[in-house]
Write a new protein. Structure first.
Length: 274
């Protein structure tokens, strides 16, 4: 009897999970469907049956040059992720294995920076980037993406590192391991799942960042978020073309997320929360 009740609960939870997943995924699905419609079909109303035309994709590529924006997104996402890991791994190691009385306060301070509205610091950052010649540059935007995602990187790595027994590092020191060797040859291999989850999440966050990319770039370093925004004009929204641009922008990160979903789920539910 108990087993039957348990099976029913599992079935109910599974159905609810599928319903929630479909609700969350539906806007993406409808965007993809709309991208295969003509402009006249896209504005006629709700319709889940596309005509199958590729004219919006052809117009998007002819108008804007998708691959330039795509390359910028790849460079900015991977570059900011690499720098964040290079800074985050040593920082998380020191907080996890050599904590001070202020370690928790520092961690909470870093997390609190994510709660601050970005628009509150837009003007000083814009002026600083202008004076340093970093506006509309890959270097400048890479630095910005690194800064805004670094607190999340350090928090996730710190949580993963805390799960590693300190005795293992002590044994490495007794065997003559240097600080560099301890981090590179002992700690990092043991924390590969956590580092991979952190890396994937940071890539997604950097890829999807829109606020700073729309305000610190125009053409040279503009990523795919700027590419999408370019299809909003004073003449109105071209829904089919906008949907095609959005589909082209989210497709790479959607595919990456699909193939790496196990690592992402582990990072979000264990490393980032526990």
């Amino acid at each position: 009897m108990a087993r039957a009740v348990s099976k029913k609960k599992v079935a109910v939870v599974t159905v609810i999970a599928w319903i929630v997943a479909l609700i969350i995924f539906f806007p993406i699905l409808y965007t993809i469907i709309t991208s295969f419609k003509s402009e006249s079909e896209a504005i006629t109303g709700f319709n889940l049956i596309p005509s199958g035309t590729l004219e919006s994709y052809a117009a998007v590529e002819a108008q804007s040059g998708y691959f330039k924006f795509f390359l910028n997104s790849v460079v900015l996402s991977l570059g900011s992720t690499l720098i964040a890991l290079l800074i985050g791994v040593p920082a998380a190691w020191s907080m996890a294995f050599a904590p001070s009385n202020r370690t928790k306060d520092i961690l909470m301070w870093m997390l609190s920076t994510k709660m601050m509205p970005a628009v509150a610091v837009l003007v000083p950052f814009y002026l600083m980037f202008r004076d340093l010649g970093l506006l509309d540059s890959r270097v400048g935007l890479t630095v910005m993406l690194t800064m805004i995602n670094l607190p999340i990187v350090i928090w996730m790595l710190y949580t993963y590192f805390r799960e590693i027994p300190g005795e293992i590092l002590e044994a490495a020191r007794m065997d003559g391991a240097t600080l560099w060797g301890e981090v590179v040859y002992v700690l990092t291999p043991m924390a590969v799942p956590g580092i991979a989850s952190t890396m994937l999440l940071n890539i997604i966050l950097a890829w999807n960042e829109a606020f700073w990319t729309l305000r610190l770039t125009t053409t040279n370093a503009a990523p795919l978020t700027t590419f999408i925004a370019s299809f909003s004009s004073p003449q109105g929204l071209f829904w089919a073309k906008l949907s095609a641009a959005s589909t082209l922008a989210i497709a790479p990160i959607l595919i990456m997320g699909w193939f790496s979903q196990k690592q992402l789920v582990r990072g979000l539910t264990f490393g980032a929360v526990k």
